[in-house]
Design a protein around this ligand. Structure first.
Ligand code: CTP
Length: 407
């Protein structure tokens, strides 16, 4: 039984019939030695009482945003920051909608918006509410913001309907909590990782450019994983609309030349990973004025090849110890990747199929093949976050072989 001694959990109880299970969850957490502070929403007070929960937790239960004594004893900001983990159980449809939209109109939602800690939500609601498009959107947004979700389970509901929507059992929630509170190995502490991501934009005139469909998602996920393993992480990013991962330094760029200049300024590094979909060509002479239609022939754009950022860094005097390239291919995926490994001088190529039917560009999943001199390793279809985590753990092992990446 993993001890949670010294760990502090902020449990936010939403107003649903499953709120009664909060008692058992508090009991389990206390058995493991955790400190449990509890916030009840107004609706939750209709299902459970502060008295019963404070008897179990041995702590004051918080209910109101505007209680002066609470602000003196422990303000709502501190309440959310002093915890190691915030758990929302039950996470009602209403509470999740508030979380997804950043509303802060009561103590629970304010604490959730103010926290800098990881958040675990255990949804509980009627089956139709759970499958409603609005809830699906909200769950997606929460996952995107890094909120972990446990459950819901399928089964008979308090309202008599059957389907997914029952809150995960306290034991399941406890398992998820233990997993999230596990000390994380930091095998890349003291190491520097450089990552390129997103597309580049090569200007034609002040309003037009050459670019591509890269979303930057895989590169951002790798940066998040690298920072999570303790690396000083620099992400040189073309224009994308993604949040900056925690602990990552982002250097925004537009063109391939700018991306190369920044990368050259950042080396030496321990690991460099080139996920950017660099535009292969740029327009030789960018027009300083918007090109106008003349009613006749279309303008002729003279293109020049962009510098190869990966090959330049891989062959530089300050070569990173490990250089990883990505190969975006639409056919003969691994064959092309094997050629690129040699041509670009890198240690590893992560090859992926970006044909229209693969859904890789802009999608959240990826099927990759790891190509090195020792052969090709096919990875199963995974989320881009999982690919990132697995790749960074592998690179950490290559860099620091005596250490196991994850304990
Ligand atoms: N790359 C780079 N600079 C470039 C082009 C590509 O750093 N100017 C990097 C990419 O970030 C990726 C790898 O090289 O890691 C392979 O990119 P890809 O687009 O698959 O290959 P290309 O070199 O563009 O080759 P081709 O267009 O022939 O497939």
């Amino acid at each position: 039984m993993t001890s949670l001694a010294g760990k502090s959990v902020l449990l936010i109880v939403g107003g649903g019939i499953a709120a009664y299970k909060a008692h058992e969850l508090v009991r389990l957490l206390k058995t493991r030695g955790a400190t449990v502070r509890i916030i009840l929403t107004k609706a939750a007070e209709q299902f459970v009482t502060p008295l019963s929960l404070s008897s179990l937790s041995g702590e004051k239960v918080y209910t109101s945003l505007f209680s002066l004594t609470d602000e003196i004893e422990m303000g709502h900001i501190q309440l959310s920051r002093s915890a190691d983990l915030v758990v929302v159980a039950p996470a009602t449809a209403d509470l999740m909608a508030k979380m997804a939209h950043g509303l802060a109109d009561d103590l629970a939602s304010t604490a959730l918006l103010a926290t800098d800690k990881r958040v675990l939500a255990a949804p509980a609601m009627n089956v139709r509410m759970w499958s409603h498009a609005a809830t699906e959107r909200n769950v997606e947004s929460l996952k995107h913001d890094g909120v972990s979700i446990v459950g819901p389970n399928e089964g008979e509901m308090a309202c008599g309907e059957f389907g997914p929507g029952r809150m995960a059992e306290p034991n399941q929630i406890l398992t998820a909590i233990v997993e999230m509170l596990k000390p994380r190995a930091q095998p890349l502490a003291g190491k520097k990782v450089l990552i390129t991501a997103g597309p580049t934009r090569e200007p034609i005139d002040p309003v037009r450019f050459i670019s591509n469909h890269s979303s930057g998602k895989q590169g951002y996920a790798i940066a998040k994983a690298a920072a999570g393993l303790g690396a000083e992480t620099v992400l040189v990013s073309g224009p994308v609309s993604l949040p900056i991962p925690p602990g990552v330094q982002v250097m925004p760029v537009e063109t391939a030349q700018e991306m190369l200049d920044i990368c050259e300024g950042e080396i030496p590094v321990d690991i460099a990973i080139f996920t950017a979909a660099v535009a292969d060509w740029r327009v030789v002479t960018e027009s300083s004025e918007k090109l106008k239609k003349t009613g006749g022939a279309a303008p002729n754009l003279t293109l020049a090849e962009n510098p190869d950022i990966l090959a330049t860094i891989a062959r530089s005097a300050k070569r990173p110890r490990i250089v990883v390239g990505f190969a975006a291919e639409t056919e003969h995926v691994t064959e092309h990747a094997v050629q690129k490994l040699e041509k670009k001088g890198c240690d590893l190529i992560v090859a992926n199929d970006v044909s229209r039917t693969s859904g890789v560009f802009g999608g959240d999943r990826n099927t990759v093949h790891l190509v090195s001199v020792s052969g090709v390793e096919d990875w199963p279809n995974m989320s881009k976050d999982e690919v990132a985590q697995k790749l960074m753990e592998r690179l950490a092992q290559m860099l620091v072989p005596q250490q196991k990446a994850v304990e």
